[in-house]
Design a binder for this molecule. Structure first.
Ligand SMILES: Nc1ncnc2c1ncn2[C@@H]1O[C@H](COP(=O)(O)OP(=O)(O)O)[C@@H](O)[C@H]1O
Ligand SMILES: [Mg+2]
Length: 421
């Protein structure tokens, strides 16, 4: 319009203009700038004009010049070479390192439960799906909430992916162009299907997309609606979710780590060392059946969380904090980065059959154990591969190249099973 009304004579070649123009002529914050600028760069544009509030976000995209614009007047002056706008030159990535590192919950607040803490560390290191199963008050919710404190930092590529999702949804925190902390989402179990996997009348990404590269925590798992749980099966496998509509279909990223907590039965005390379970065997079975076999088959780490022992509760001082486990997880993640540098994977849990074959080499002792376990435990092909991936992560945590019998034995302990079967 400016060109055809003669208010300006030319526009620079290779430039894109993005942003919402208000009636007074100012440029307002606009959703999805990061995604739009990435596309512009990929299409060969060399400069982009964006609303000033979104300039930092735009500058995350490399190899494109970003001009912050406050008003239409401002832009016209620039295009007439009267009062030129300086392109942004600060490198947001440089300030990235020192902003991460503050956590609400720390493992120091969890007493005892060493076995569960170890499982949490293994799951965090390889990004494996995990379920805590145990009586009420044993600390399942507490443990899950400590997970962010030991998760590895996001790689640049991961941070960009998460930032794009937040930006498109308009939930990027102000003055924070880049999301650095892995998402940790904990929707209530009454959430709708569309809320969980995406969809709805205005087509929005669901919680599984909002937890991309982070954690989806489902507390009280058996209380969740059955259809919603079943709809997690496909994204858990494919790491993306496709939503079909009359007008076509959309695919959103959904590479999340599922963490869930459940009681073993409706009263919660099956089987408990000191409290009596008031459920009949049939009720216990029915309760556990709410989590279907195919869903359980997608869980890599299944952990029994027993009641906390009295001695542990009254111990003086705090438990070990999250700093050492976090360091071990980071180191294991470094090994994985090196392993997958030629591929698009980030972590062990993402490996497909070919990679499992290539990277999960067992020594002779481990091979023997795996053969016996596969026959005795009647493992499905999927379960078999999951066990190998978890063993790989356990070996990585130790800095070991090959998988030995101890690594495999620990992975087998985390195999999902229900108390009745
Ligand atoms: N292992 C533990 N160490 C310290 N406090 C604990 C532990 N387990 C439970 N608690 C306390 O009990 C409360 C309930 O724990 P929670 O994690 O909600 O149990 P669950 O989810 O297993 O029912 C927590 O807020 C915490 O204060
Ligand atoms: Mg709980």
């Amino acid at each position: 319009m400016l060109l055809s009304s003669g208010q300006i004579d030319t526009v620079p070649p290779g430039a894109v203009f993005l942003g919402e123009l208000s009636l007074e002529g100012t440029l307002r914050h606009t959703k999805g700038i990061l995604a739009m600028v990435s596309v512009a760069r990929d299409q060969g544009y060399t400069s982009v004009f964006v609303p000033t509030p979104d300039a930092d976000e735009a500058s995350l995209v490399e190899d494109i010049k970003v001009y912050p614009v406050t008003s239409l007047r401002h832009l016209i002056d620039h295009l007439r070479c009267e009062n030129e706008i300086e392109p942004l030159d600060d490198d947001v990535w440089q300030t990235m390192d020192d902003t991460a590192g503050h956590y609400e919950m720390d493992l120091a607040s969890v007493r005892g439960q060493e076995h569960a803490k170890r499982a949490l560390e293994v799951a965090a290191a390889g990004f494996h799906n995990l379920i805590f199963n145990g009586p009420p008050g044993s600390g399942k919710t507490l443990l899950a909430r400590c997970l962010p404190s030991i998760l590895p930092r996001m790689a640049q590529q991961e941070a960009l992916e998460v930032t794009k999702i937040y930006s498109v949804n308009g939930v990027l925190p102000p003055n924070n162009p880049l999301v650095l902390q892995r998402p940790f989402r904990s929707p209530h179990y009454t959430i709708s299907n569309a809320g969980l996997v995406g969809g709805g009348r205005t087509l929005r990404p669901g919680e599984i997309t909002m937890s991309h590269r982070g954690v989806l925590f489902l507390d009280e798992l058996p209380e969740s609606n059955h259809t919603a749980l079943e709809s997690l099966r496909q994204p858990l496998e494919d790491k993306v979710v496709t939503i079909s509509r009359v007008s076509g279909s959309v695919t959103y990223p959904a590479s999340f780590m599922l963490v869930a907590a459940m009681n073993p039965c409706s009263c919660g005390y099956f089987p408990h060392p000191t409290k009596e379970c008031t459920c009949s065997p049939a009720t216990v079975t029915r309760y556990q059946k709410r989590i279907s076999g195919p869903l359980l088959d997608r869980v890599d780490v299944f952990v029994e969380v027993p009641p906390v022992e009295y001695e542990k509760l009254i111990e003086e001082g705090e438990a070990e904090d999250s700093s050492r486990p976090r360091k071990r997880v980071e180191d294991a993640r470094e090994v994985q980065r090196e392993r997958f540098k030629e591929s698009e994977f980030f972590c062990n849990s993402e490996m497909g059959p070919t990679e499992v074959w290539k990277f999960c080499q067992l020594d002779d002792g481990a091979k023997g154990l795996l053969q016996t376990a596969t026959q005795r435990l009647n493992l499905s092909a999927r379960a078999f591969r999951r066990i190998l991936k978890v063993s790989r992560t356990i070996a990585d945590l130790e800095g070991a190249e090959g998988i030995n019998i101890a690594h495999l034995a620990e992975a087998l302990q985390y195999r999902p099973r229900t108390a009745v079967s």
